[in-house]
Design a protein around this ligand. Structure first.
Ligand code: UD1
Ligand code: CA
Length: 510
């Protein structure tokens, strides 16, 4: 199956791998092949700041755990750092530390900041975890910039190294700088002032701090010890180290090239904006790899989803979690698949799948609900208004209309009539139904589990089956036996319907 994956799943997510020949890929190759890497390139230690609460999200969940296209924000940041191959990748956790730690990939080391005393304090805690011996570059990245690319981080570090300065901060000129630290550059000295601490003139500045920094470890160690919480929030501001470092060696700015990456997330409206960009990146990557997306505007594909070539995704479709779609499939319109595998050539329309598997060339929907543990064999069919749970439907078997199939094993080429129901639950236990190859159930059949319908057996319309039917036999039962006058109240009810003109008497059936 020529499936491709745009992004690696879950916490390992990375927004598009570095292109061969990209600066990141080339440098990575040099780093690997170089016999004396330390002489040409100092080590990189990375710190992600993720201990804050994210007050402006107005959420019970820590900001960095909010997801974009199914992946927590902090994992995008880690994914952008990883290609730089840092010696260590620390993540400062604090607010909901346990939950944030749980979301981190294995190569990220959590470091606990017990009290959130500011970004400067967070870096102080990280430096403590690094120990005093290491030399090289400390890359500090706020955890709330999910669109930052590995390319930008790499360029920031390279610029920092080649300039031979003590600190480099990533900045951007924004039309609307609201809420962000403003960058003041006076005669080569870089100073950052938070909006709440800024003067009226400083607030007019459009150049902002994006919360990404490269520091010489020796410089940041010294400067962090000199920070004072003399500001509007009574916090230790990491941004104050720039002035301190600038007065000893040099602190410079590096301008962001791709303005898209400046989409930082502080509130839910910014979250939606950033997610929209990521969503389009994911769709574009699938389209470039041979997937037709009829209506990108209404199609939502999470970061970890795989789709094969020549598959067509129709409007209103959500593909989430570890969903994998083969090639030459048609999925949608209005289909929502979570952790569902759809094999080559299958069709799924107007349906919902949760932890299901749809075999090659199988057909699902419209309006089917495939629940966990559903496995449809090749060429199987589950049609309109059917629900299937924890069941196998064998090769070529059909469940075409209005059925519930739960805890069942259906062989090959069986046919379930409209309204066939497995009565799998007796109020206490879930019981299994087994239906042999080529068996045929009439419409409105009730299968009282546990029960086995033998190979090639037939069940008459409306039968209620509570004992095993041997192979090849025909079972019929449960006809309406009593015919008498309908009671008074029913006749009244049908009269009043007539009065509304819904069922003229002449059309009433016997
Ligand atoms: C910070 C910068 C600001 C910049 C902006 C960019 C400071 C003082 N200001 O402001 O100049 O424009 O980022 O987004 O640094 N965090 C911790 N521990 C703490 C406090 C924060 O780990 O004690 C983490 C947060 O989880 C977050 C990051 O640091 O990921 C930034 O914190 P946040 O409170 O969002 O800083 P801003 O006020 O946005
Ligand atoms: Ca922020």
């Amino acid at each position: 199956m020529a499936r491709h994956r745009v992004l690696v799943p879950g916490s390992q997510v990375r927004i598009l791998p570095p292109q061969p020949g990209s600066p990141v890929a080339v440098r990575e190759a040099i780093r690997r092949s170089s016999s004396e890497p330390m002489s040409t390139m100092s080590s990189i230690f990375a710190v992600v700041l993720a201990a804050g609460k994210g007050t402006r999200m107005k959420s019970n969940r820590a900001k960095v755990l909010h997801t974009l296209c199914g992946v927590p924000m902090v994992n995008y940041v880690i994914g952008a750092i990883r290609p730089l191959a840092p010696d260590r990748l620390l993540v400062v956790v604090g607010h909901q530390a346990g939950l944030v730690e749980g979301a981190l990939p294995e190569d990220a080391e959590p470091v606990l900041q017990k009290e959130q005393l500011g970004t400067g304090d967070a870096v102080r805690v990280a430096l403590g975890a690094l120990g005093g011996e290491e030399e090289g570059v400390l890359l500090v990245v706020n955890g709330d910039g999910p669109l930052i690319s590995d390319r930008t981080l790499d360029e920031l570090v390279e610029r920092h190294r080649s300039a031979g300065v003590g600190a480099t901060v990533l900045v951007a000129e924004l039309e609307n700088p609201r809420g962000l630290g403003r960058v003041v550059e006076d005669a080569g000295v870089v100073r950052i002032v938070e909006e709440r601490d800024a003067t009226e003139d400083e607030r007019q500045i459009n150049l902002v701090n994006l919360g990404l920094y490269a520091f010489e470890l020796s410089e940041i160690r010294d400067a962090i010890g000199r920070l004072k919480a003399e500001n509007g929030q009574g916090e230790l501001y990491l941004t104050d180290v720039l002035e301190i470092i600038g007065s000893r060696s040099r602190a410079v700015t590096y301008r962001l090239k791709n303005p898209e990456e400046a989409n930082l997330v502080n509130d839910r409206s910014q979250l939606a904006r950033a997610e929209e960009i990521l969503r389009r990146r994911i769709l574009d990557a699938h389209m470039r790899d041979g997937v037709t997306v009829r209506d990108p505007v209404s199609t939502h594909i999470e970061a970890s989803v795989e789709i094969g070539r020549d598959t067509v995704i129709l409007p209103g479709t959500f593909l989430r979690g570890n969903t994998k779609i083969g090639s030459d499939c048609v999925v949608g319109p209005s289909t929502d698949l979570l952790d569902t595998v759809v094999e080559d050539g299958a069709l799924v329309e107007h349906s919902v799948g949760r932890g299901a598997q749809v075999g090659e060339g199988a057909s699902v929907g419209p309006y089917a609900f495939l629940r966990p543990g559903t496995v449809l064999g090749p060429e199987a069919k589950v049609g309109a208004y059917c629900e299937v749970k924890n069941s196998r439907v064998g090769k070529g078997s059909k469940v075409p209309h209005l059925s519930y199939v739960g805890d069942a094993e259906i062989g090959e080429d069986a046919n379930l009539g409209a309204g066939t129901i497995t009565a799998n639950y007796d109020g206490v236990r879930k019981n299994r139904t087994t239906i042999g190859d080529g068996a045929f159930t009439g419409v409105n059949t009730n299968l009282i589990a546990p029960v086995t319908i033998g190979e090639g057996a037939y069940l008459g319309a409306g039968s209620v089956v509570n004992k095993d039917i041997p192979p090849g036999k025909l079972a019929v039962g449960m006809p309406a036996r009593v015919i008498r006058d309908a009671p008074e109240f029913l006749r009244k009810a049908s009269k009043s319907e007539d009065a509304e003109g819904e069922r003229p008497e002449s059309e009433t059936e016997d």
